[in-house]
Design a protein around this ligand. Structure first.
Ligand code: FAD
Length: 387
């Protein structure tokens, strides 16, 4: 029986395993290997920080998904990929495969003093720690909070700013609801001259408007020198004092890939063609945050794109098995799509080669809340896929 290995049980890996079970007819073994035993719904984790979600709300057990969709789940830590030998090594086993789909997500750069910060884009437990620290400050009744992000100079796509804006706006909303906003200083910081410019002119204008309306101080265009226990120091030695610093560093490829024989970009991601195949390895695919592909400047590492790439990879595996050329492509579906939630309303950002838009309203927040429910129910097989 042929074996397809999917590495990583996040948004991309789970979608790939599900799509494989739907597209492959006959006797195939589909194994998903992941170190966590749950799928974590990152886009909704912004609400964890203000205590409006629990870790359980944001998690779907992988054993349950495996049972519903008919793939195998193996909870293991991958430590090396030997693509030339078609082997994957975990901490306890060695697996051979006929096809491999890599969906191990990304890792983060480690600027000086980063241990003094917490990231919403890290492990689920980091999100919990942000919640604990934030609610402690709320209890105290005053505080200074700074939220920021930076990029990776080796890869303009290796940046994740959206959730940082959302966390900051949700803090602001929460504090207003408690009548405490005037006792808190909220600061946004980023070395970029125009943080959020990837969202397009409309999205950037909405962001600036939101910062102004909510009285959030902006420190942009200054390189970060270091983080300390008292806050953030910039290259000109100015210092923002904080009680809580929420920071998302630039992204980089996961370290496992560096110990593998796969091609890697300078920033550590696996380069793929439009078919999601890894350059030089036709039976090996990389999708989502682990991968790198050429495209428009504004392209971003997003969950919906990880899913599109997952379905492309699964379709191409099925075509290869039918003796056809692996020509399915995700190129036509590259777009930027997100809803930036503020806790009271949202900005719906859409951008592709031909158009961009960023309307704002309470309806956008409701759409994000509805998406969260839909995503979970769809993965649990309770509602059909809409998008
Ligand atoms: C806070 C936040 C908010 C976001 N909001 C949005 C949004 O609104 N819209 C949007 O489109 N995108 C959003 N994103 C981006 C989106 O979540 C990612 O692009 C998406 O999760 C990428 O999917 P992935 O499968 O490539 O990686 P991941 O979802 O990160 O999954 C990687 C998986 O691999 C596992 N893994 C890692 N290393 C190993 C190992 N060595 N061995 C075994 N398993 C391993 C991990 O446990 C994880 O399960 C957001 C991201 C964050 C962090």
């Amino acid at each position: 029986m042929k074996r397809i290995l999917v590495l990583g049980g996040g948004m991309g890996g789970v979608e790939a395993a599900i799509a494989l079970t739907q597209k492959l007819k006959g006797d195939y073994q589909i194994d998903l290997i992941s170190n966590r035993d749950f799928l974590y719904i990152y886009p909704a984790s912004i609400w964890l920080t203000v205590g409006k979600r629990t870790l359980e709300d944001l998690s779907v057990p992988l054993t349950q998904l495996a049972e519903i969709h008919g793939f195998n789940f193996l909870q293991e830590e991958v430590k090396e990929v030997r693509a030339k030998e078609r082997l994957v090594l975990t901490t306890s086993q060695e697996y051979s495969y006929d096809y491999l789909i890599i969906a191990l997500g990304g890792s983060k750069l480690k600027p000086k003093g980063v241990e003094n910060t917490l990231s919403i884009c890290g492990s689920p437990l980091d999100g919990m720690q942000i919640q604990e620290r934030f609610l402690e400050l709320v209890e105290r009744g005053e505080g200074k909070i700074a939220c920021g992000f930076s990029g990776n100079p080796q890869d303009a796509t290796a940046v994740r700013g959206g959730p940082v804006f959302e966390v900051l706006f949700n803090f602001d909303t929460y504090l207003r609801e408690k009548g405490l906003r005037d006792r808190f200083e909220l600061t946004f910081f980023s070395p970029s001259d125009a943080p959020g410019k990837r969202l397009g002119a409309g999205g950037l204008a909405q962001l600036q408007q939101l910062f102004q309306e909510r009285g959030i101080t902006i420190v942009s265009g200054k390189k970060i020198k270091e983080f300390t226990s008292s806050g953030v120091t910039f290259e000109d030695d100015t210092h923002v004092v904080t009680d809580l610093t929420v920071f998302t560093p630039g992204m980089t490829g996961t370290p496992i890939l560096k110990q593998s024989d796969l091609p890697l970009t300078a920033a550590g991601f696996v380069p793929v063609s439009d078919t999601a195949q890894v350059n030089g390895f036709e039976n090996c695919y990389a999708i989502g945050d682990s991968s790198y592909f050429e495209g428009p400047d504004w392209r971003a590492r997003q969950g919906h794109l990880a899913e599109v790439m997952a379905r492309t990879a699964a379709e191409n595996v099925a075509r290869q098995e039918r003796g056809e050329a692996a020509t399915a492509s995700f190129r036509e579906e590259i777009n930027l799509l997100c809803i930036m939630d503020t806790g009271t309303e949202g900005v719906f950002v859409y951008r592709d080669e031909n158009r961009e838009m960023a309307p704002r309203g309470a309806w956008a927040r409701w759409a994000k809340l509805a998406w969260e429910k839909y995503y979970k129910l769809n993965k649990l097989g309770k509602v059909p896929r809409l998008l």
